[in-house]
Design a protein around this ligand. Sequence first.
Ligand code: NAD
Length: 246
Amino acid sequence: MSEALARAAALLRDARHATAFTGAGVSVESGIPPFRGPGGLWSRVDPAFIEIGHFLDQPEESWRRIKDIFYDHFGQAKPNAAHFGLAALEAAGRLRAVITQNIDDLHQQAGSRDVIEFHGNSRWLLCLECGRREAVRPERLATLPPRCRCGGLLKPDFVFFGEGIPEKALQRSYQEASQADLFLVIGSSGEVQPACQIPLLARNRGARIIEINPHPSNFTPAADVFLQGKATQAVSELVKELGLRN
Ligand code: NAD
């Protein structure tokens, strides 16, 4: 066992209140590419289609892209060992909550119960007219753009460029940052505001940071332990080290 893994396991074992903070990297091994960096989505697709002004101006065109990328492609992804490992840590009382920047629903599908969705969730549609939410079903996307029964335009219930963070998720994230004594930061570049402030706020209040990422990120200088590697392997090893099963 590496020295870093032993230190991370000890921090997690001794933590009074541990919170995970995840980014796109935790879902890479489920087949969903990150947005940034080599192989990232933005290296081949212009992100304008999920900019709120563009979406409202040209909902049909935006929706064609959204359906192709987020539903026809990523919608097929399944949780991986990192998602299951975090659910196992929560079930064993070792983790309080997962704050995720991801919109793919994979933490929930893996069995995590307290998931704070910082950027919303693509599994839900929101009516921009009456505010009603409904679960996505393939037949709802047969005609684009999809419309609510009130006639209003439906939008995926995740945060588009130009939109604010859902108030409840923001409040709960600040609460975790003020209460946690350990943050487990997995697969995030730390470049997206204001999400990237959350682990750093926790750190400023005295929380320890364990980071899992194959590459150094903006969080690495603040990390007490940097487990340099892929999420599935590192989380599985941590879970095993604590005597738990994925
Ligand atoms: P990012 O795209 O900016 O960075 C991804 C990070 O994951 C990088 O630091 C990279 O080194 C790391 N990484 C790559 N492979 C990994 C692996 N196997 N294990 C662990 N880490 C790995 O991601 P971000 O910081 O989350 O910001 C992107 C934003 O885009 C987020 O706000 C999120 O909402 C959104 N996004 C979501 C999804 C999703 O829902 N799955 C996918 C892409 C982007």
